[in-house]
Write a protein that binds this ligand. Structure first.
Ligand SMILES: Cc1cc2nc3c(=O)[nH]c(=O)nc-3n(C[C@H](O)[C@H](O)[C@H](O)COP(=O)(O)OP(=O)(O)OC[C@H]3O[C@@H](n4cnc5c(N)ncnc54)[C@H](O)[C@@H]3O)c2cc1C
Ligand SMILES: *[C@@H]1O[C@H](CO)[C@@H](O)[C@H](O)[C@H]1NC(C)=O
Ligand SMILES: *[C@@H]1O[C@H](CO)[C@@H](O)[C@H](O)[C@H]1NC(C)=O
Ligand SMILES: *[C@@H]1O[C@H](CO)[C@@H](O)[C@H](O)[C@H]1NC(C)=O
Ligand SMILES: *[C@@H]1O[C@H](CO)[C@@H](O)[C@H](O)[C@H]1NC(C)=O
Ligand SMILES: *[C@@H]1O[C@H](CO)[C@@H](O)[C@H](O)[C@H]1NC(C)=O
Ligand SMILES: CC(=O)N[C@H]1CO[C@H](CO)[C@@H](O)[C@@H]1O
Length: 484
């Protein structure tokens, strides 16, 4: 049978909506200009090709848009060529790393979609104890590549997350108690400015180095990160799933863990959720050695579990213990607050939010309501810090709570997004406005004010730096939290 997309673009235009067809027609010339201008290390793909589909795909379907074409640059110079072309024509574009953006439009476009997939190298330098990694990688690939050397870097906690957006936003890791955020371990960035110039940015450009640590995609396109590495042995941990009747006990045990375990090698994520109307809970636990000292996780082990996969294993295996999309949502949103320290009152409110929102939003099947409690050790934001970062603007105690809602139909996007925002506000009021802490850009909903993430003076400084390195505001054509 003839493939329906075999005579692009005519057959395609007939198949797509009028708006998409308009976008494709409008930007087709730009796609062809890029194709003619880049080196043979790069390529351009069109709707109907499998590569195009992979390039534009996201963890959340609501974060995907149909681009006119996808570009896979293979060299930093070609990234520069693409940026100059889209900049000259003021063409909307997107930059995608691992595609885990929870906000719609942050790494998608109806214009030119840039996929970083070809930047997939991992180079370990044993003498400098650093690794240089491409921005098209997901953390799983990085961990697998570094494992033979017995080293690791401070990266993502679950499977499938991209190194690019994660690192440009901050980076909360299993190893953050010991080594801080991913941005705290950065040695340099290879950055392509919108004028096409490629530069290695280090602490010697203090302003730009600061801005790239949390400031997202506002300064150009990053092609490589060089990060510090740390010794990595086998680890202990995995996943425990509990039924809904254990939610109160798990919330209680989570408080006990936060208040009694001071060992920096121990970390957890407690997730309370309601999946298609049914409450439940998931615990991820991590210890940075082959065995945990007796008692470390007893408060969790003593709660009757539905299933348990906890053992000594490789770091990669631990990261892959939880499926990335246990409940595949076609649509999703995150929002967040930052919690100085969990109190019984806040924990009770989170349990209530989970159950009440879970039942009120479960008007249709396929909804997923979850609250991810991620306690870190006291002082972890100060530990091992070598320089300041745009995010977090203050280094007082505090860790993000992730609110994640998933659903299936676009017509209820607004009500789910409103509910997530409302739930965050309600929980923040219980934390208390006096202690309101900066929100994590990688969890914050798309209309979060810049001062809520970067503090009172951060946005102005970020804007000055963006104007210096991108005077024409080309990066404004890409989605994300915008500074200019
Ligand atoms: C299942 C899941 C688990 C998560 N776990 C964690 C966790 O443990 N810790 C944590 O801190 N966060 C976590 N997050 C949040 C995560 O940090 C963000 O979703 C992050 O944006 C993902 O990066 P990405 O490259 O996959 O995203 P993408 O959607 O590809 O990109 C996100 C943003 O980065 C920009 N960007 C991408 N590549 C580049 C580039 N090369 N140059 C410039 N800008 C670029 C995009 O334009 C976009 O604005 C998780 C998210 C999910 C969905
Ligand atoms: C790509 O271009 C380079 C230099 O222009 C050339 O040496 C190489 O043979 C080309 N490779 C292919 C596969 O065409
Ligand atoms: C590794 O790091 C050392 C020390 O910084 C440096 O001199 C050397 O050039 C690096 N090696 C490579 C292959 O980049
Ligand atoms: C909560 O934890 C405390 C201390 O570990 C324990 O004594 C109490 O029984 C727990 N309550 C519930 C409901 O699990
Ligand atoms: C539980 O949460 C709902 C929704 O936010 C709220 O209306 C209600 O007052 C809360 N109940 C308690 C006891 O806090
Ligand atoms: C490109 O922009 C960078 C960052 O602002 C600047 O340092 C560089 O000189 C510019 N290059 C050219 C050729 O204008
Ligand atoms: C690399 C580094 O500086 N590591 C230090 C981080 O902080 C912990 C706890 O304070 C120290 O033990 C490490 O040596």
């Amino acid at each position: 049978m003839r493939h329906p997309f075999s005579s692009l673009p005519r057959a395609l235009i007939a198949l797509l909506s009028v708006r998409q067809a308009y976008a494709l027609g409008e930007y087709l010339d730009v796609c062809n200009q890029i194709k003619a201008s880049v080196s043979n290390a790069s390529d351009v793909f069109f709707p109907g090709s499998i590569t195009y589909s992979n390039d534009i795909e996201h963890w959340a379907g609501s974060s995907t848009q149909q681009a006119a074409c996808s570009v896979e640059p293979g060299t930093a110079a070609d990234v520069g060529t693409v940026l100059k072309i889209v900049g000259a024509g003021a063409v909307p574009f997107a930059v995608k790393g691992g595609g885990h953006a929870s906000n719609p439009g942050f790494s998608s476009t109806t214009g030119i979609h840039i996929s970083m997939a070809r930047f997939s190298d991992v180079v370990y330098n044993a003498s400098s104890k650093t690794a240089t990694i491409g921005t098209g990688l997901v953390w799983d690939d990085v961990y697998a590549a570094l494992e033979p050397y017995g080293v690791n870097i401070v990266g993502g906690r679950v499977t499938g997350v991209g190194v690019a957006g994660f690192t440009l936003g901050g980076g909360y890791s299993w190893k953050s108690n010991q080594y801080g955020l991913t941005v705290d371990t950065l040695v340099s960035y290879e950055l392509v400015f919108t004028n096409g110039t490629v530069r290695t940015v280090t602490a010697s450009d203090a302003d730009l180095f600061w801005a790239l640590k949390g400031g997202g995609n506002n300064f150009g396109v990053v092609t490589h990160f060089t990060l510090k590495t740390f010794p990595q042995t086998e680890v202990y941990g995995g996943i425990i799933i509990y039924t809904g009747d254990q939610i109160a006990a798990l919330a209680n045990a989570t408080l006990t863990f936060q208040n009694t375990v001071t060992d920096l090698k121990a970390a957890i994520i407690t997730t309370l959720n309601v999946a298609a109307g049914l409450p439940g809970a998931v615990l991820l636990l991590f210890y940075d050695a082959p065995t945990a000292p007796a008692g470390t996780f007893d408060m969790f082990m003593n709660i009757p579990a539905f299933s348990k996969d906890v053992k000594t294993r490789s770091f990669s295996s631990l990261v892959q213990a939880a499926p990335s999309d246990a409940v595949p949502p076609t649509r999703a949103i995150f929002d967040t607050i930052t919690v100085p320290s969990y109190t019984p009152a806040l924990m009770t409110a989170i349990v209530n939010e989970t159950l009440v929102r879970g039942s009120t939003l479960a008007l249709q099947t396929g909804t997923f309501i979850s609250y991810e409690i991620e306690p870190f050790a006291q002082g972890f934001l100060q530990r091992n810090r070598t320089s300041d970062s745009a995010y977090p603007p203050t280094r007082s105690q505090g860790a993000p709570l992730n609110i994640y809602y998933g659903w299936t139909i676009p017509t209820v996007d607004t009500s789910f997004q409103d509910a997530a925002r409302d739930s965050a506000a309600r929980l923040e009021s219980i934390v208390g406005t006096r202690t309101k802490l900066p929100r994590y850009p990688n969890y914050a909903i798309y209309d979060t004010p810049l001062t809520d993430m970067y503090g009172a003076s951060g946005p102005a400084r970020l804007k000055r730096i963006a104007q210096r390195v991108d005077p024409k505001g080309v990066m404004k054509l890409a989605g994300g939290f915008k500074l200019q």
